[in-house]
Write a protein that binds this ligand. Structure first.
Ligand SMILES: Nc1ncnc2c1ncn2[C@@H]1O[C@H](COP(=O)(O)OP(=O)(O)O)[C@@H](O)[C@H]1O
Ligand SMILES: [Mg+2]
Length: 297
């Protein structure tokens, strides 16, 4: 299912420009929407999910215009909002039954679908337990199950891994990667590792603009020649923090620190070049972005 986002801007009352001329084409597979808090990820997802309309620009899902034919677009998509809460007193099954009804699934198909979804997200054994007793990870998996009812070709999930423990996070990522095999999944996150593990392609959003679009390895490559490792004393560490982006600082004892640093020139000390990771690429792009903004006034 192709999602085409053309020159989309969104202004909220009070002149908040949440999106500023975003253009993105997204096809089958799991696509990551990465960016810091306030970048505009939720706004963009709500527009694609037809929950709001852009101030400018247009969005189509499978060639259908989100503004003019929202009811048709809604039939194609499943959505897991950023703050998802199931009705806590309903069991997993009862909740899915309710959502299936809202989606217009008839009796036998609804039952079949619910059982298939529970299986897919690993909640078959918990089908008769109340959602109020679930862990964070189980709730998010129930959230995916409700979004998948009716077999939408487009799945939109907003920051689904926030608040999950490491094991649940890994499990959830794998599920999202699996789901992207035969549908379009748009996953938003501010966690770089989520994108690295689950997504074939990504866009990096900063202050409402797309500042990078490509594969995870391409984002990492943007930091090539700009990542350094160096061991320094505390005073040098403090100076380095002013001139460079310190990605990590590990105390090695005796007041010394091993730093991983992103910057255009080598940091003070006997620095050696390091192989860039996706996180370094993210830091490098965000740093260039901030500098460009400062330069613009
Ligand atoms: N309903 C709203 N009214 C006014 N401003 C909003 C509203 N929703 C979001 N914003 C603002 O729009 C910007 C983008 O927010 P959001 O899309 O939630 O970003 P993200 O999901 O990346 O954290 C932020 O500055 C946020 O404060
Ligand atoms: Mg958000």
């Amino acid at each position: 299912m192709d999602v085409a986002i053309k020159q989309v801007s969104k202004l909220y009352p009070g002149k908040v420009r949440a999106l500023d001329g975003v253009t993105l084409n997204i096809g089958t597979g799991t696509f990551g929407l990465l960016g810091p808090n306030g970048a505009g990820k939720t706004t963009l997802m709500r527009l694609v999910a037809t929950l709001d309309v852009p101030t400018r620009g247009e969005i189509t899902v499978g060639g259908i215009d989100c503004r003019r034919r929202p009811a048709e677009v809604r039939r194609l998509l499943g959505y897991l909002p950023q703050s998802f809460a199931a009705f806590r007193r309903l069991t997993a099954y009862e909740f899915l039954d309710y959502v299936g009804l809202l989606k217009g699934l008839d009796g036998p198909r609804r039952r079949r679908d619910i059982e298939r979804m529970l299986e897919l997200v690993g909640l078959t054994g918990a089908a008769r337990a109340r959602a109020g007793t679930f862990s964070g990870g189980m709730l998010q998996r129930l959230g995916i199950a409700q979004a998948l009812l009716g077999d939408p070709a487009l799945l939109i999930v907003d920051e689904p891994t926030a608040g999950l423990d490491p094991e649940e996070r890994v499990r959830f990522r794998n599920l999202l990667a699996e789901l992207g095999k035969d549908r379009t999944v748009i996953l938003s996150t501010h966690i770089v590792a989520d994108v690295e593990r689950a997504c074939r392609e990504l866009a990096l959003l900063a202050a409402g603009r797309v500042v990078f679009r490509g594969e995870p390895s391409e984002l990492a490559a943007l930091a090539a020649g700009a990542v350094w490792e160096v061991e320094v004393d505390e005073g040098t560490y403090e100076r380095t923090r002013l001139s460079h982006q310190v990605v990590s600082a590990v105390s090695t004892g005796g007041g010394r620190f091993r730093l991983r640093v992103v910057g255009e020139s080598p940091p003070p000390g006997a620095a050696g070049p390091a192989t860039p990771t996706l996180e370094d690429g993210y830091m490098a792009v965000m740093r260039r972005q901030q500098r460009a903004q400062q330069a613009a006034g």
